[in-house]
Write a protein that binds this ligand. Structure first.
Ligand code: BGC
Length: 409
């Protein structure tokens, strides 16, 4: 699919450039002790965009392969394992060669992963960033070599190199969590006030802000009229955030809140958790440190298997399901269109025959450098009541002979 001409001088130039890059990579690894550091844009010592020769388009030799680089954040969270598998399988079925790498939640590792994909001749990059704002330079390098870039699930920030964004409607995820709480606590008709705490996501993940905003916008009338109270007073996005979406960090923060603000006579009614890894931490904290006996409403997102068990057992009240298989189908369709040099728009959906909702959005996802055209799928609420129908009858999940639940790949 490459339409690149073989000009000897260009190859020589590319070789010289790639040997310069090797030096750069070695330098970064050598000075990088970030392996133990939490993610943060500030921790990245990236070379300036000029170091990548942006502006001068480097023509790569056509080797007849179509290479797709898939860069995922980590293997710790259940979902990225499935996303990686789905994307790889779909692209391979279409005849692409796939390089799939996991960054272990480390920004520097992800930059090196992407750099090696470029060196391996990637034509298309599908990236879920550890830190959405930390990849601008390497994305600039990819763009300068004519590589197409799709931001997968998490928006890539501060870069005009991003061609498209594929995700679920992130704001709606927060809305669904908040709507569940409003209904479960009967806030519309209740005269009493209820107590809620917030456990939000990783601040370097752009999605976390959308989840939070969707939730607080929806809860706002009740927070304002006093029907919902946050006893800890920790309500802002940063105050309530959870580095790396870690279950342990979520658990520790909620344990401190429970011990400091919820003695036996103070009731906790709900914990708005942004996703299932934070919900796992929250349910553990409630099990170990909540003095009350009422059932605390706990929200989540992703339908991770341990959380499905918790929903069945009543420890978690809901999760927001985002069918990863569908998200990867959209990303692959989009990626193939880009590889064929198309500039897809809403017509991609119209022509697709997909049996799920997807909208084309050209207004809402501004990454600081451009409004990135986006394909957005629609998340749904899962509770004990619709879990069989929405997760199992649809074939997304199944049970093995021993009755254990697993996500179908
Ligand atoms: C994803 C969520 C996921 C979270 C933690 C977010 O960007 O949209 O599905 O739970 O990252 O990995």
């Amino acid at each position: 699919m490459k339409k690149i001409n073989l000009i000897a001088i260009t190859i020589i130039f590319a070789l010289i450039l790639s040997s310069c890059e090797s030096t750069q990579v070695a330098g970064e690894i050598g000075t990088n002790t970030a392996a133990q550091k939490p993610s943060s844009s500030a921790s990245v010592d990236e070379p300036s965009p000029d170091a990548y020769g942006q502006g001068s388009v480097i023509v790569r030799p056509d080797d007849g392969r179509t290479v797709v680089g898939i860069s995922m954040p980590d293997k710790l969270l259940e979902r990225w394992n499935h996303d990686g598998i789905f994307l790889k399988e779909h692209f391979e079925k279409e005849g692409c060669e796939v390089v799939l790498k996991y960054a272990n939640n480390l920004i520097d590792t992800q930059i090196n992963d992407i750099r090696s994909m470029i060196d391996e001749g990637a034509d298309l990059l599908v990236i879920t960033a550890v830190d959405g704002a930390a990849l601008s330079s390497i994305l600039g390098k990819a763009k300068s070599q004519g590589i197409k870039i799709v931001a997968y699930d998490r928006l890539l920030m501060n870069s005009d190199a991003v061609d498209y964004y594929v995700s679920y409607d992130n704001y709606k995820v927060g809305v669904l969590q908040a709507e569940y709480i409003i209904a479960a606590l009967g806030l519309k008709n209740s005269k009493d006030s209820k107590n809620i705490e917030f456990v939000t996501g990783d601040p370097v993940d752009n999605n976390a802000r959308y989840f939070y905003q969707g939730a607080v916008d929806t809860l706002f009338p009740y927070l304002e009229n006093g029907k919902l109270k946050v006893i800890s007073n920790q309500q802002g996005f940063y105050d309530t955030s959870t580095a790396q979406w870690s279950s342990d960090i979520a658990q520790q923060r909620l344990q401190i809140i429970l011990n400091s603000y919820y003695p036996e006579n103070v009731r906790l009614d709900a914990v708005l958790c942004a996703n299932d890894s934070t919900a796992l931490g929250a349910t553990r904290a409630i099990d170990s440190d909540y003095a009350g006996t009422n059932k605390v409403i706990v929200t989540g997102q992703d339908a991770d298997v341990p959380n499905i068990y918790n929903i069945i057992e009543g420890k978690q009240s809901m999760t927001v399901f985002k069918a990863l298989r569908d998200e990867s189908v959209v990303a692959v369709a989009l990626g193939l269109a880009l590889l064929a040099d198309d500039s897809p728009d809403g017509q991609l959906i119209a022509n697709s025959g997909w049996n799920f909702d997807c909208t084309y959005n050209t207004t809402d996802y501004d990454n600081g450098s451009k409004v990135v055209p986006s394909f957005l799928l629609s998340p749904i609420t899962i509770t004990k009541d619709n879990l069989e129908k929405e997760l199992f009858d649809t074939g997304y999940y199944s049970r093995n002979r021993a009755g254990l639940i697993y996500a179908v790949e």
